[in-house]
Write a protein that binds this ligand. Structure first.
Ligand code: HEC
Ligand code: HEC
Length: 431
C-alpha cells in the first residue's frame, strides 16, 4: 500500500537542510498533511540531525497510464493476504508479499534455509540427502496440508540461516540493465589485483513462458544472467514473482503450475487446479518494476570517499540499460543502482552453508552473495541478508571475514578518520 510519511534521522550539512517538510499521502491514505518549519538546529554543530521526510514506495515518474494502472493494482495485490480458498498451501511461509517486503522495504517476514555442513560449519557436506524436501523451511500449512517442512531438530550438522525479504525499491532499473554492462564489469574486475572478482551467476529461467511478452520472450530452461534474489538466482521479475508465489505462499500460476514437493504427497490444495492467472503474477511484477528510487541526498565529498574506500568497485554507482526495455523511463539510461549485479565471495562469517546447485542458488555457493543494491537504505532498520547489522557502519564492518573479497574495502574504511567515516555513512544513507 502506498503511503508516505516517514521521518528518518539523518546528518546533513546546512546547505542540504530543507527548510520545510511535510507528509505526502497517496492512494487510500489520509489527505495532504501540513508543512511545518524544520526544528532550528544548534548553531555551532557542524552536522545536524534532522527529521528527513521523503516519499518511497511510489511509482517512477513518466509511466504510461496503462502501466500505472497495473502498478496500482499490483500495489494493492502485493499487500493482500491470500486465503485457503485462493489456493494458499498446502505449504506456505507467509500469506502476502508485503509480509516479507513491507512498504517495499526489508522484512519483517523472512525465509529460513538449512544445509548439511562439514565440521567447519560453512562448507556444504557432499551428502545433502537428509534434507528430503530441499533446503527451504516451509513452516505453515493450509488448504489440506498437514505436515510442515522444518529443520531436523536433532542434527547439529544442519546449519540454519535466515534471509529477510530484501527491499524491492528500484528493481525495475536492475531488470533493465543490459547484459553487456554486467559482462563488462565482470571482465574489468577480473583484471584487478586486490582480489575483488565478482562473477555472473548464470542461471536458468525456471518458469513456463509468460503470455505477456512485453518484457521478454524467455522460455523455460533458457540460460540467463541472474539478477534477483540475495544470490542473484533469478533472471527476471515475473520469474521471481511466480517463484515467490509457489515457494513462499503455495500459490500456483501458469508460470509455476505445480505445488512444491511436500511430506503429505499433495499436488493440490483447497482451490482445484492452478490458483491464479497470468495477470496476478504480472501485476505484482509490474508493481515491483515500476517502483522508483527515492530521492537522493548525497554530496561529492561522500562520493569521493565511497570510491576511495573501494565501495564503488562492487556497489557500481550506475549501469547502462537496454535501449529496448519497454518502460521508456528506464530504457537507454544510466541506472543509479549501486550494485554490479555480480556475486562475490564474502567470507566464512556471512556464509550460509548452501551448496552451489541449479535448484538452489545457481552457481552461487555458501560464501557468495550478490552485491546489495544501495537504494533507499535510510528507510530500513536492519541490513545484510539476515538483518544482522543494525546500522550502516555495522553493515560495513561485517563485510570483513575470512576469505572475503571486501576485506580491502573494510581496511580502507577503518583507515579513515571518524569524521570521514561519518561522511561516508551519511552518503550511503542518502542513497
Ligand atoms: C516469506 C517471505 C516472503 C514472501 C511472502 C515473499 N517474499 Fe519476496 N523475497 C523473500 C526473500 C527471503 C527474498 C530473497 C530470496 C533469495 O535470496 O532467494 C525475496 C526476494 C524477492 C525479490 C528479489 C529482490 C532482489 O533484491 O533481488 C522480489 C522481486 C520479490 N521477492 C518479490 C516478491 C513478491 C512479488 C511476492 C509475493 C508474490 C513475494 N516476494 C513474497 C521473502 C518473501
Ligand atoms: C567485494 C564487493 C563489495 C565491496 C568492496 C563492498 N561491498 Fe557492500 N555489499 C557487498 C555484498 C555482497 C553485500 C550483501 C551481503 C549480505 O547481504 O550478506 C553488501 C552489502 C552492503 C550493505 C547492506 C545493504 C543492505 O541492503 O542490507 C551496505 C550498507 C554496504 N554493502 C555498503 C558498503 C560500503 C560503504 C562499502 C565500502 C566501504 C562496501 N559496501 C564495499 C559487496 C561489497
Amino acid at each position: 500500500m502506498t503511503f508516505i510519511c516517514i521521518a528518518a534521522p539523518l546528518h546533513y550539512t546546512d546547505a542540504m537542510l530543507p527548510r520545510a517538510f511535510g507528509c505526502l499521502a497517496l492512494g487510500l491514505a489520509l489527505g495532504a498533511c501540513s508543512s511545518s518549519p524544520a526544528a532550528t538546529p544548534a548553531a555551532e554543530a557542524p552536522k545536524k540531525s534532522i527529521a528527513k521526510v521523503d516519499s518511497f514506495d511510489v511509482p517512477l515518474a513518466g509511466l504510461e497510464p496503462e502501466f500505472l494502472a497495473d502498478f496500482n493494482d499490483g500495489d494493492l495485490l502485493f499487500s493482500t493476504p491470500l486465503r485457503d480458498s485462493d489456493g494458499l498451501g498446502p505449504l506456505y511461509t507467509r500469506a502476502a508479499c508485503s509480509s516479507c517486503h513491507e512498504s517495499a522495504l526489508r522484512g519483517p517476514g523472512l525465509v529460513q534455509k538449512m544445509s548439511v555442513v562439514d565440521a567447519d560449519g560453512v562448507t556444504p557436506a557432499s551428502d545433502q540427502s537428509e534434507l528430503a524436501y530441499g533446503h527451504t523451511l516451509h513452516p505453515l500449512t493450509a488448504g489440506g496440508g498437514k505436515t510442515p517442512i522444518l529443520a531436523p531438530s536433532d542434527d547439529p550438522s544442519v546449519k540454519l540461516t535466515q534471509r529477510f525479504g530484501p527491499p524491492v525499491l528500484g528493481r525495475g532499473y536492475m531488470e533493465a540493465v543490459s547484459d553487456a554492462e554486467i559482462e563488462r564489469v565482470e571482465a574489468e574486475q577480473a583484471t584487478r589485483d586486490d582480489g575483488i572478482h565478482g562473477r555472473i551467476n548464470w542461471v536458468s529461467y525456471a518458469s513456463e513462458a509468460n503470455e505477456d511478452t512485453r518484457f521478454h520472450t524467455y522460455r523455460k530452461g533458457d540460460t540467463l544472467i541472474g539478477r534477483f534474489g540475495l544470490k542473484a538466482r533469478v533472471p527476471a521479475l515475473d520469474d521471481f514473482t511466480a517463484d515467490a508465489f509457489q515457494g513462499d505462499m503455495g500459490i500456483t500460476s501458469p508460470l509455476r503450475p505445480t505445488e512444491i514437493e511436500n511430506p503429505d504427497g499433495l499436488d493440490d490444495d483447497d482451490k482445484p487446479g492452478v490458483d491464479v492467472g497470468f495477470d496476478s503474477v504480472n501485476e505484482r511484477a509490474n508493481y515491483v518494476r515500476g517502483l522508483a528510487i527515492p530521492s537522493r541526498h548525497t554530496d561529492d565529498i561522500g562520493a569521493g570517499l565511497f570510491e576511495a574506500a573501494l565501495c564503488s568497485v562492487c556497489h557500481v554507482p550506475s549501469l547502462h540499460t537496454r535501449a529496448d526495455y519497454p518502460l521508456a523511463a528506464l530504457a537507454d539510461m544510466d541506472a543509479p543502482v549501486f550494485t554490479d549485479m555480480l556475486i562475490h565471495r564474502m567470507g566464512d562469517e556471512l556464509a550460509d552453508g548452501l551448496p552451489a546447485d541449479p535448484s538452489i542458488d545457481g552457481e552461487a555457493d555458501s560464501f557468495s552473495w550478490r552485491t546489495a543494491p544501495l537504494i533507499g537504505l535510510r528507510f530500513d532498520t536492519t541490513y545484510l541478508h539476515d538483518g544482522r547489522a543494525k546500522t550502516i557502519a555495522d553493515a560495513i564492518e561485517l563485510h570483513r571475514g575470512n576469505g572475503s573479497e571486501a576485506n580491502p574495502a573494510v581496511d580502507a574504511f577503518d583507515a579513515l578518520g571518524a569524521a570521514d567515516q561519518q561522511t561516508l555513512v551519511n552518503f550511503v544513507e542518502g542513497l
